[in-house]
Design a protein around this ligand. Sequence first.
Ligand SMILES: Cc1ncc(C[n+]2csc(CCOP(=O)(O)OP(=O)(O)O)c2C)c(N)n1
Length: 282
Amino acid sequence: MAIKSVSELERAAFQIRKNLLKLCSIQKIHIGGDLSIADVMTVLWQYQMKYDPNNINDEKRDRFVLSKGHASAVTSFNQAAIGCFSAEDVINEYATDEGRFSMHSCNLVNPYVEVSTGSLGHGFPVACGMAAALRLKENYQSRVYVVMGDGEQSEGSIWEAAMNAVHYRLGNLVAIIDFNGLEADGTLKEITGLGNIADKYHAFGWNVIEINGNDISEIKNAFDSLPDSKSEIPSVLVCHTIKGKGVPFMENQVLWHAGKITEEQYKECINILEKDLEVKLH
Ligand SMILES: Cc1ncc(C[n+]2csc(CCOP(=O)(O)OP(=O)(O)O)c2C)c(N)n1
């Protein structure tokens, strides 16, 4: 059942962060980029997408591709929230030999993953192909949502896909860019420096929606404003976010691209997040 209200979505995003930090106190995960995109992923999975965990091969389902495949934990916890499996499953099986969950998304072991990802720059072109294929079906309604990193934009395949999505009129494609300004080992500006990414997609012919990607209400409005899946122009949500969002000692810190926290740090984080939620709900 989709969540409708902003306050319920705030609570859901809090629970996602809590699960992420619990896992992070047990295993090393890509916590920085999980936290930056946590709000968008919560609204996407728990409000926006048409996806029935009991009928995952339904032709009418929306498709999701995690092009920044290292944000696997935040994806799995959202899938747990809608009933694909439990959050405890994710925590217990993460990075174990027989487990379905690990530092990248893998559909060989997890049927809820549409496409295995982790090598950056590949998920986006695959998502374009999926959107094009769906448009060949009569009466299609499905959208394809694809989440990318901002550092990932420096892969050449991204721009080939961006051109082709417009050429093939993929109005059922929704690209989401986690624009957090940091990569794995430096800032975006130091490494490739994208300039104005919204202008670039606009110049390629995309419908560009620019939002604060850590504001649940703005995210929800952005999804509500998407053109019909039968429209002919692909949409991109440029989401300004903070890497490590919600945990002050991780925010905007390159070193927290991936890592593990102590039990004490976990308790400190939860205290901060609880206070933060209280403020948001009042
Ligand atoms: C093709 C490829 N090159 C390099 C890497 C190593 N790598 C993993 S995450 C990452 C940083 C990506 O930064 P960004 O896209 O901004 O994502 P964020 O961590 O901010 O979510 C890199 C370079 C990779 N996974 N794939």
